[in-house]
Each structure stands twice: as structure tokens, then as C-alpha cells.
Design a protein around this ligand. Structure first.
Ligand code: SF4
Length: 181
């Protein structure tokens, strides 16, 4: 299973869940988050994902940092200036779609049958949109989209506990330049 990994904190409860279910054999973490700004912040978050991939002995694939491509996609998808949208509004939905589309593209090119995203359990995100979109593109591409039977609030508590345990960096803003304030 290819798991699009937005950051280490969000991946932790999912990895633990899969380990408890004894489903850890074929997990591959996929880091593709060109939304994160500046690049230094993206590198910082990636370092944390590398750390957990080592802790849990999971394969990690790192894709390109295409921030300009991400910006262009959002500008084409939206009517108004990107900074005018509040968090969890249309800008974010396009941002989720962009990263999920790329995950599917990678999954298909590399013969994965299933994919998931750590965004799917984030209590701060529109998980209804994320999961509906995941199921939709999975169907279109003959893949299986996986969701996790985790309560977002309990997952968040678990995440906080594991961040402390593994001494991980936990970001203070979602990712893009528009979310920094
Ligand atoms: S606030 Fe977060 S989800 Fe929304 S566009 Fe920015 S990085 Fe993407």
C-alpha cells in the first residue's frame, strides 16, 4: 500500500494502527508535498518522515518539490486570489486533489494496487472531501483507496503522545505560504 504522507505527526497513528492490525508488511510511505513553503520547511518535515521510516523500518519514496507547479495548478483551479481563501476552503480542496492525483499517478506507474493518505484522518482537514476524492480517483484508475477506522480526535491524542516519545518536530502551520499567518 502506498501511503501519501503529509508529515510525520499525521503518519504516526496510522502506522501504529496498521502495526496493531499486523498490516505492516507492504507499507510504503510517499512524500509528495510541494505545497509546503518555504523549501527549508519542507526539508525539515521530510527529515521527520525519514526518522519515522527508520524507526518503523518502512520504505520511503521522496518525490519532487514542485512548488511552482502546485501554485500554477491552484491558480488555474480557482477564481480568486489564493490568499483570499480561508483554510479548509476551495484552495485547500485543490491542494488535496493535486497531491492525491500525483499519488495515484505514482501508484499506477509503480504497480501499486492500493493507496491512502495521512490527510484522511486529520481532524483539522475536510476529510469528507479528501476521502470522497480518494474513492473517486481510485475508481477511475482501477485502484483501491484505503481509509482507516480511526477517530480523528483519538488519533490526534495518539499523535501527540508519539511525537513526544520519538522527539519529533511538530509544525505550527499547515504548509503553504497562505497558511503561515
Ligand atoms: S492551508 Fe494547507 S491544505 Fe490549504 S492550501 Fe495551504 S498547504 Fe494546502
Amino acid at each position: 500500500m502506498l501511503i501519501h504522507t503529509c508529515c510525520a505527526p499525521c503518519a504516526l497513528p496510522i502506522i501504529e494502527y496498521l502495526l496493531n492490525q499486523k498490516q505492516n508488511k507492504d507499507i510504503v510511505l510517499y512524500f509528495y508535498n510541494p505545497n509546503i513553503y518555504p523549501k527549508q520547511e519542507c526539508i525539515k518535515r521530510l527529515e521527520q518522515v525519514k526518522k519515522i521510516s527508520e524507526i518503523y523500518n518502512l520504505k520511503l519514496i521522496i518525490d519532487e518539490y514542485e512548488h511552482d507547479k502546485w501554485l500554477e495548478y491552484l491558480k488555474k483551479s480557482l477564481l480568486h486570489s489564493l490568499e483570499s481563501y480561508p483554510e479548509n476552503d476551495k484552495r485547500c480542496l485543490s491542494c488535496f486533489a493535486f497531491r492525491l492525483d500525483k499519488t495515484v499517478e505514482f501508484a499506477k506507474e509503480n504497480d501499486f494496487k492500493e493507496f491512502a493518505t495521512t490527510l484522511s484522518i486529520n481532524r483539522f482537514k475536510d476529510t469528507k472531501f479528501i476521502n470522497n476524492y480518494g474513492f473517486k480517483i481510485a475508481k477511475q484508475n482501477n485502484l483501491k483507496y484505503i481509509t482507516f477506522d480511526l477517530d480523528p480526535f483519538q488519533a490526534y491524542q495518539k499523535e501527540q503522545e508519539l511525537i513526544k516519545k520519538h522527539n519529533l518536530y511538530s509544525q505550527k502551520y499547515c504548509g503553504c505560504e497562505f497558511s503561515m499567518k
